[in-house]
Design a protein around this ligand. Structure first.
Ligand SMILES: [Zn+2]
Length: 428
């Protein structure tokens, strides 16, 4: 399909999933330039929509420009948490119950990798993300290094500058460096700069406060790994203290008094997110802060069952992430959803797709621009072959299929030409 650039155009498909509303059988998606104009029902649908499927306007009498046939169209997917700069570690550092040992492996890898190798890793991760239909990424990057590479590709991202430093001196340096980086990286059409105080055991309390303040004052997105391991609860003692002492960067005076302190700093923010939350209390008041759950990484480390469905039911913005290729087999968000569906077959498909689309966009503070197929939003969507002839629940067909994207559109332009190639377009 070769959409026109100079006039509105439309497509229809077997099912269109808006992401924040029920799916529409034989819906018509109309696009003008880079924006979605409408999602409507085709005149005289072949089968009546069941009750409760929403009252969509009848599409205009004219036929859609393109009929994709047995295809599912879903919003561009959101990977709310990854580390593109670890993409060279694919398959090389298997997750183990000894989390500190695994962290040491990450540190050793970072020290021996050259800047060129890291740049190549970032590009590998971006290409793979695009191939899997991801059009918005939350990427934690050492030194904010993924920014320049991301700017060359057709997708959006929040690049979170990673901040590390528990001692007074290291914390001051981290904050100063981050502030300079923020100043040098104003938002573009596709990129926004954020801050990521790394974790409660590696970052001074003042950094969490300063980052939260920048979020409140300037809307800078902020995210932190929190409650990833139960060893965080025995600070200032335990394995983290031992590890940081050994490498000469421990200062118990710098620690936050408890994990709740960080939640309370983030809950009134906007575009604030807590990554993992594997061991946080069920009654935690997250407020506006999102929880980012990384299902396959969580399972690979053998953590306790995650409370994502409990929090989702309570109105928390729960989004999904892959984490990095150091702990996950790929950067596919659909892979995360299919894993969850297999593990918890009773999970509602609508909930899963929201976690991977509109909730991810909300977690990253980008929900007004993308995350659902709604009028006025960016035309970011993914086409998947519809392999099941009939099915009572369209979500099941999406989740039980192994189909990979055949096409990805970003800002109304095709970005994926075939399954083996993710040819980047120059975005002006
Ligand atoms: Zn992470």
């Amino acid at each position: 399909m070769q959409p026109p650039h100079d006039r509105p155009w439309s497509l229809t498909a077997r099912w269109i999933f808006p992401g924040d509303a029920p799916p529409v059988e034989r819906g018509v998606l109309t696009i003008q330039g880079e924006r979605i104009v409408a999602l409507e029902r085709i005149p005289s649908p072949p089968t009546p929509l069941p009750p409760g499927r929403g009252e969509l306007k009848q599409a205009a009498a004219r036929q859609p420009d393109f009929d994709l046939g047995d295809t599912a169209v879903i919003p561009g997917l959101v990977n709310a948490h990854t580390h593109l700069d670890l993409s060279n570690l694919a398959g090389k550092l298997p997750p183990s119950p000894d989390f500190i040992k695994w962290l040491r492996g990450i540190g050793a890898h970072r020290r021996q990798e050259t800047a060129e190798q890291t740049a190549a890793a970032i590009e590998t991760g971006i290409r793979q993300s695009l191939a899997h239909g991801v059009t918005l990424l939350g990427d934690i990057a050492v030194g904010g290094r993924s920014w320049e590479t991301l700017a060359r590709f057709p997708l959006r991202a929040v690049v979170f500058f990673e901040m590390l430093g528990l001692t007074v001196d290291r914390a001051a340096l981290a904050l100063d460096t981050a502030d300079h980086w923020l100043k040098d990286h104003p938002a573009t059409t596709t990129l926004r700069a954020g801050l990521s105080p790394h974790a409660p055991y590696s970052v001074r309390a003042s950094i969490f406060e300063e980052a939260a303040q920048r979020n409140r004052q300037s809307g800078i997105p902020v995210c932190t790994h929190l409650g990833e391991s139960c060893a965080e609860f025995v600070l200032p003692d335990g394995p983290f203290a031992e590890f940081l002492r050994e490498v000469g960067v421990y200062d118990p005076q710098g620690l936050v008094p408890n994990l709740e302190t960080i939640v309370s700093l983030y809950r009134k923010g906007k575009g604030t997110s807590l990554v993992h939350a594997n061991y946080l209390d069920a009654g935690t008041d997250f407020g506006n802060a999102a929880v980012i759950y990384c299902p396959r990484t969580h399972a690979a480390f053998g953590h306790w069952p995650h409370l994502f469905r409990h929090w989702y039911a309570g109105g928390v913005t729960v989004a999904v992430g892959t984490d990095s290729l150091a702990s996950n087999p790929d950067l596919s968000i659909l892979g995360e959803l299919r894993f969850l569906h297999e593990r918890y077959p009773d999970l509602w498909g609508d909930m899963l797709l929201r976690m991977a689309t509109i909730n991810g966009a909300r977690a990253l503070g980008w929900e007004h621009e993308t995350g659902s197929l709604a009028p006025g939003k960016s035309a970011d969507f993914v086409c998947l072959p519809w392999s099941m002839p009939t099915h009572a629940d369209p979500f099941l067909a999406l989740l039980e299929s192994k189909a990979v994207p055949t096409n990805v559109y970003f800002r109304g332009l095709q970005t994926l030409l075939d399954r083996s190639e993710t040819k980047p377009l120059e975005i002006s």
